[in-house]
Design a protein around this ligand. Structure first.
Ligand SMILES: *[C@@H]1O[C@H](CO)[C@@H](O)[C@H](O)[C@H]1NC(C)=O
Ligand SMILES: *[C@@H]1O[C@H](CO)[C@@H](O)[C@H](O)[C@H]1NC(C)=O
Ligand SMILES: *[C@@H]1O[C@H](CO)[C@@H](O)[C@H](O)[C@H]1NC(C)=O
Ligand SMILES: *[C@@H]1O[C@H](CO)[C@@H](O)[C@H](O)[C@H]1NC(C)=O
Ligand SMILES: *[C@@H]1O[C@H](CO)[C@@H](O)[C@H](O)[C@H]1NC(C)=O
Length: 507
């Protein structure tokens, strides 16, 4: 086992503590702590060209995302037609909440203008189905799926025009659904979207410029666009939160937040330089958004290293952004190692990585399963608590990756979920303001990396069955039994869980 001390914590105040949560049950969590699972529109809905929906940047790049993996965005998991069945599965599992996203181009085709009545109807149906079964909807407005029309018209998030269009879209959502929906997030994993979509081209809209990028992009500018996109996301977010607070929050009593992709960093420190590099990585990846949201401006080190390529906030914008969130959504999968790379600052042409002057080593985590090292999640929650004033946090994604067609006996996922839920409990015991945990993903969805080859789901979807029948994996049974209050202590308990009768398992 890895030594249980936590570097991020260590850096901040030399605290050492031991991960001590082995046996626990749901009753150990504070009252009101929410457990759920999540998906996103483009990954589960299907019906991509049905009832007036137009393509998003995700549909248009599906050939890149899902190549050779079978399935497509036209079908995905067909939740558009099977939402009632899926909500019933959520009930059977014992979920308190479901996190999903609205497809902007389904609700407002082409991104701007009139609302599509069929789109409106679908989301009303889904929300009503959830509410009538006592399941809390948590909605994300943008989950990597900007309407393609806006991308084509003015470059999407690169342009300041997005601020007005995004705010208008959010206005429709608050107006139409806000009487029943209390948890809103503006932009999913904004840091990875800006970096992955515009610097290294690992995700839609796949923009980059040489010598940067994992592919030969047809357009983009890796040295400037990630910063421009992040800037416009922050402005669109702040504008949306202002609207929500002025026009809706008093009567709807909901909460609005922002979602960040996080990772922990391997706790083995080799030198003073590496310690500084770790802080720099935290500032670049997390501070990029959290610093403006909490303190009103980008971290000093980013401004210094990116110079004029990182846009400046006006005083008005800075005030608007500062404090513009009720909670932080955290996505967490794994820890990684980093390497100090001071030489990159000597390069004439620099991208985000070069400005950060550090190299992240993903330990081959792009395709394999993640190690069960819950201290990583605990350390991220601890870091957010200490560096950003302990805001309310919802863990909106956490889960284990396996090959899609591997066994329903997904013990590795059970171990991962159990370990990481224990890691959350550990953070709570150290004062973290975490309010909820959502497993990624409810179903085997169309994944951003690997399409249908890889999966995170609690439920397997049989793509060879015309009805796309869902089957609970071991992890669904484990989670269900945990949610229903049984003590969960380890694999012995898992054996017990597997013998539980399960409403949906055979029909
Ligand atoms: C980019 O294009 C060049 C020239 O056609 C080719 O040699 C190279 O392998 C391509 N790189 C990637 C990552 O596809
Ligand atoms: C990227 O933008 C910068 C600043 O506008 C410019 O100097 C540079 O030439 C651009 N690079 C590419 C590849 O277009
Ligand atoms: C699962 O898929 C992989 C790659 O697509 C393939 O190599 C493997 O044989 C499949 N396994 C099963 C059990 O079908
Ligand atoms: C999925 O697996 C197949 C078979 O191994 C491979 O040809 C294809 O490139 C993979 N697709 C993705 C998106 O990983
Ligand atoms: C669960 O664990 C607690 C504390 O160890 C114990 O008091 C309780 O009886 C256990 N419940 C069950 C159903 O085993």
């Amino acid at each position: 086992m890895r030594k249980p001390y936590l570097l991020l914590v260590f850096i901040l105040n030399q605290t050492l503590w031991i991960l001590s949560v082995d046996a626990f049950s749901r009753q150990d969590f504070p009252p009101g702590f929410v457990f759920g699972a999540g998906t996103s529109a483009n990954q589960v809905e299907g019906a991509a060209n049905e009832d007036g929906r137009t393509p998003s940047i995700w549909d248009s790049s599906f050939s890149t995302i899902g190549e050779g993996s079978g399935g497509n965005t036209e079908v995905a998991c067909d939740q558009y037609h099977k939402y009632k069945e899926d909500v019933q599965l959520m009930v059977d599992t014992g979920l308190d909440a479901y996190k999903f996203s609205i497809s902007w181009s389904r609700l407002i085709p082409n991104g701007r203008g009139p609302v599509n009545p069929k789109g409106l109807q679908y989301y009303n149906n889904l929300i009503n189905e959830l509410i009538s079964h006592g399941i809390q909807p948590h909605i994300t407005l943008h989950h990597n799926d900007l309407p393609l029309a806006l991308q084509d018209e003015y470059g999407g998030w690169i342009s300041h025009k997005i601020v007005e269009d995004f705010t208008a879209y959010a206005d429709v959502c608050f107006r139409e659904f806000g009487d029943r929906v209390l948890y809103w997030s503006t932009v999913n994993e904004a840091n990875m979207f800006s970096y992955g979509g515009y610097d290294v081209a690992s995700m839609p809209p796949f923009r980059c410029s040489p010598p940067f990028g994992l592919m030969n992009c047809s357009a983009g500018n890796s040295t400037t666009e990630p910063y421009m996109v992040a800037h416009n996301i922050l402005l669109a977010h702040a504008s949306t939160v202002k609207l929500y607070r002025l026009k809706y929050q008093n009567k709807q009593h909901g909460f609005i937040g922002f979602i960040l992709y996080t990772f922990a960093i391997d706790p083995v420190i080799k030198s003073k330089e590496e310690e500084t590099a770790i802080q720099r990585v935290c500032d670049f990846y997390f501070g990029w958004f959290l610093h403006p949201l909490v303190y009103g401006d980008y971290p000093e080190i980013m401004k210094r290293n990116a110079g004029s390529r990182i846009p400046a906030f006006t005083n008005y914008e800075s005030k608007l952004i500062k404090g513009s969130f009720d909670f932080v959504g955290v996505l967490y999968y794994s820890y990684l190692t980093i390497k100090d790379n001071p030489d990159s600052l000597k390069m004439q042409l620099r991208d985000f990585d070069a400005d950060m002057a550090a190299i992240l080593n993903y330990l081959g985590l792009i395709t394999s399963s993640f190690p069960v090292e819950p201290w990583g999640l605990t350390s991220v929650l601890e870091y957010i608590k200490k560096a950003y004033g302990n805001p309310p946090v919802y863990i909106y994604e956490n889960g284990q990756r396996t090959l899609r067609n591997s066994s329903l006996e997904d013990i590795t996922r059970v171990n991962y979920l159990q370990g990481h839920i224990g890691g959350v409990l550990e953070a709570l015991r150290h004062g973290s303001n975490t309010r909820g945990y959502f497993a990624w993903s409810f179903l085997d969805v169309l994944e951003l990396f690997g399409g249908y080859n890889l999966s995170f789901g609690l439920y397997y979807v049989d793509m060879d069955d015309p009805n796309l029948k869902r089957y609970p994996k071991q992890s669904a049974l484990w989670y269900s039994s945990f949610l229903k209050g049984e003590n969960i202590t380890g694999l012995d308990e898992v054996e017990k869980v597997s013998s539980l009768s399960y409403a949906q398992s055979s029909k």
